[in-house]
Design a protein around this ligand. Sequence first.
Ligand SMILES: Nc1ncnc2c1ncn2[C@@H]1O[C@H](COP(=O)(O)OP(=O)(O)O)[C@@H](O)[C@H]1O
Ligand code: SF4
Ligand SMILES: [Mg+2]
Length: 326
Amino acid sequence: MSMVEVLKVTNLKMWYFLEDGSKVRAVDGVTFTVFRGKTLGIVGESGSGKSSLAMTLIRILPLNAKIVEGSIEIATDKGFVDIVKLNESELRSKIRWKYISVIPQGAMNALNPFMKIGDQIVEAILLHENISKKEALERAKNILKYVGIDPSRLDSYPHELSGGQRQRAVIAMALATYPRVIVADEPTTALDVITQAQVIKLLKELQKKFNFGLIFITHDLSLIAQIADYVAVMYAGKIVEYGPLEKLFKEPLHPYTRALLEAIPRLYGEKRRLRGIPGTPPDLRSPPPGCRFHPRCPYADDICKKEEPQLKSVGDGRLVACHLVG
Ligand SMILES: Nc1ncnc2c1ncn2[C@@H]1O[C@H](COP(=O)(O)OP(=O)(O)O)[C@@H](O)[C@H]1O
Ligand code: SF4
Ligand SMILES: [Mg+2]
């Protein structure tokens, strides 16, 4: 089966500009591809720029944020379109939600508490598609069924739903325009483990049915293991390792990926003592020179402090940014 590209992100940089003149380099040269019907898992500690990346992809950003370089090409009926180059009205009317939608971090808690679930889904559809209210309502009913919520719930308010149901409703909203790419930012983080597993199962079922490319963002590698086909490990605004799930888990190459994997309980094999990664991610206003991981890396050498390692191919569809590898 050939792999169909639905999103191509190239050397993307999005920085926040602060009043004191400093910049937060939250997304700093990110490149990846998303394929139809496949899931790219993006994993990294809190503060590594994951949510900034998610919101950059649909360009819903605060005023002090700016895309300073790179492209975000989305597959449309008329070929690839670079989201970076569009103006806001083109983006709103032609691309956002229609081709790519985002489930922002914390979305289930950001539902409007005074508005019925059904009305919120209908509003999301009508904002982005030129169909009648009646059609939108019909669509909302169907979508709710797909996500496993009884259509009678259209008339419920968010507080009348459980956490798991609210998350399903938020997924329904992202799906309601049948986009080619869905970006889900920590969609299960607020849920208990069992509900988490149900939401992941649901996302997989929906992907089989609708064939969207999924970007699943999390700080939790054990969730990545359950859902991703490909994995990108993000550290301090950059991707430090990329590869097919099994290979990356079996033989992590970047010291940061290894440390992340050592920090989660093992599913198979001998039990290991759990340990976190010593130190904290850097301040992105003044990231360390050379390899941004060097202050925390047990293998750091002189070159690591001076020269920035580039993400390069090491075969097997894998990419690594480390002076020690390849
Ligand atoms: N509006 C903003 N202005 C300035 N800095 C921001 C803003 N939003 C996020 N940041 C900073 O960007 C960096 C990345 O944050 P974020 O994208 O939320 O990371 P993650 O989702 O991986 O936890 C952090 O240092 C955060 O403080
Ligand atoms: S480049 Fe150096 S500091 Fe960075 S991860 Fe590799 S060994 Fe560690
Ligand atoms: Mg986040």
